[in-house]
Design a protein around this ligand. Sequence first.
Ligand code: HEM
Ligand SMILES: *[C@@H]1O[C@H](CO)[C@@H](O)[C@H](O)[C@H]1NC(C)=O
Ligand SMILES: *[C@@H]1O[C@H](CO)[C@@H](O)[C@H](O)[C@H]1NC(C)=O
Ligand SMILES: *[C@@H]1O[C@H](CO)[C@@H](O)[C@H](O)[C@H]1NC(C)=O
Ligand SMILES: *[C@@H]1O[C@H](CO)[C@@H](O)[C@H](O)[C@H]1NC(C)=O
Ligand SMILES: *[C@@H]1O[C@H](CO)[C@@H](O)[C@H](O)[C@H]1NC(C)=O
Length: 492
Amino acid sequence: MEETELFLLLFSAISVAILMWRAMKRERKFQKVPPGRMGWPFVGETLAYLKPHPSTSMGEFMEQHISRYGKIFVSNLFGEPTIVSADLGLNKFILQNEGKLFESSYPKSIEGILGKWSMLVLVGDMHRNMRILSLNFMSNTKLRVHLLHEIEKHTLLVLGAWREKQVFSAKEEAKKFTFNLMAENIVSMKPGKPETESLKREYITFMKGVISAPINLPGTSYRRALQSRKTILGVLEMKMEEKKMRTNGREPEIEEEEDFLGWVMKQSDLSSEQILDLILSLLFAGHETSTVAITMAMYFLDGCPRAIEQLQEEHMGIAREKREKGESSGLNWEDYKRMEFTHSVINETLRLGNVVQFVHRKALCNVQFKGYDIPRGWKVLPVFAAVHLDPLNHHKPHHFNPWRWQDSNNSSNFMPFGGGPRLCAGADLAKLEMAIFIHHLVLNFTWEVTEPDIPTAFPFIDFPKGLPITVHRLSSNTTSTILERETTATGS
Ligand code: HEM
Ligand SMILES: *[C@@H]1O[C@H](CO)[C@@H](O)[C@H](O)[C@H]1NC(C)=O
Ligand SMILES: *[C@@H]1O[C@H](CO)[C@@H](O)[C@H](O)[C@H]1NC(C)=O
Ligand SMILES: *[C@@H]1O[C@H](CO)[C@@H](O)[C@H](O)[C@H]1NC(C)=O
Ligand SMILES: *[C@@H]1O[C@H](CO)[C@@H](O)[C@H](O)[C@H]1NC(C)=O
Ligand SMILES: *[C@@H]1O[C@H](CO)[C@@H](O)[C@H](O)[C@H]1NC(C)=O
């Protein structure tokens, strides 16, 4: 771009921003918008809002604003006037009224990378269609009869390669597990094959773009991610072509377990472009978040030996009973349902870890809530993390305490998967993944974190060092000691 062009562009952007800012100030006079401040024109308070902080805290920005203005306040974020909500009631109200009073509204940069047909950015009927397709892939029946075994298979594949006293990144291992699972079930790509490995690497570059500033200039993360998007689409397109050739081909092949791509191609009337965006974003949504969630579980458990002991007891009990019944076919749905304490650990991990800190919405009309006006067109950010870490909702919120879930009937103040018509389509799958992974993990290994590393909100969550751990294989001697402990505990 010419220098003068760049200057003109910058100049007009700033003028527009100042005009918008003035308009916003004027508008506020006539309405009772929540308290807060707009900060600088255009950038507003975005930089302060995005400042990295431990994901187990709500961050300085939220803490300061909440103490100054209350749980609902106004700010200027991502270049738009924004209502930020740390209020449980408002968060629920926003999510439940999707498509009526509010609507998903992600920054343009996300659309550039995930694609205009990705579920995160779609609204209305098209969103509903795609959602129904995705829910079908992860339906309860599919989970019970097919995905559970797939999850166990991929868990064993990863854990089976661990060696005594080996030091490695827990996050990398978790990613192998979740990515292999998704790649095999969505596009039939087998673990360990070069094409699978290179796709996994491509997604790392891709991820960096999703979260970076949307500056499309040579050398930026955003530019590289756009390139990655093309590469990934290329791979997926090839998979699609292969399938078309096979179905048009001479003889129908032996019935094999159909992957999601094949099913969507048959069942829906989506265009190729739409299918590609759907598959690309499902692969993405399906491994980034659950990788972090599993890594977090290992991180929190490392600091809570009592919880590990109780997990070992629970899972050894399940394993022993299966042995006694002569079942050798791997875990089934009944076993999963028996993992009660494990479910408490999963909930507590998601509450304290805050894998998704907040979501992006905008108001479709002027909305009133608790005496405040939310003007039409304004951005609205329900911040789940702030609710999860609020002492009024959760006693001693900064403590990892899985036992808090045992006799509580108020899990309604907990929404790690969002809610309403856009509730995470993979919520049940993610919980199943975590539970099965934990089952084999605590049965066979102990681990310790070898270098301090904390889950950090950038605002996407990452372990900067990948959480380095050392593992120790439990000998059958240790196993029998634990079994004995469990037998005496339940026997007395
Ligand atoms: C612990 C892991 C996970 C967490 C914390 C999580 C969280 C979320 C959240 C908060 C949303 C809502 C976004 C919004 O409202 O704007 C969402 C949406 C979604 N998630 Fe997950 N997710 C997880 C795992 C998964 C997995 C394993 C899949 C499987 C493919 C998945 C697929 C999706 C899809 C397709 C959507 C879009 C739903 C829609 O718009 O209707 N997620 N997730
Ligand atoms: C875990 O230990 C059990 C026996 O205690 C064994 O059958 C299983 O293969 C082990 N799994 C892994 C991943 O090492
Ligand atoms: C975990 O949270 C969910 C709500 O997301 C709740 O339905 C479930 O009962 C909780 N599990 C436990 C063990 O408390
Ligand atoms: C349930 O609510 C009470 C009080 O509001 C809180 O002390 C407790 O920690 C909550 N339990 C859970 C699991 O959120
Ligand atoms: C559930 O919680 C409500 C208020 O939060 C309380 O009145 C009720 O007794 C609780 N029920 C049980 C079974 O704990
Ligand atoms: C297991 O325990 C027995 C006796 O308690 C001991 O003789 C044996 O060496 C132990 N084996 C291992 C592998 O530690």
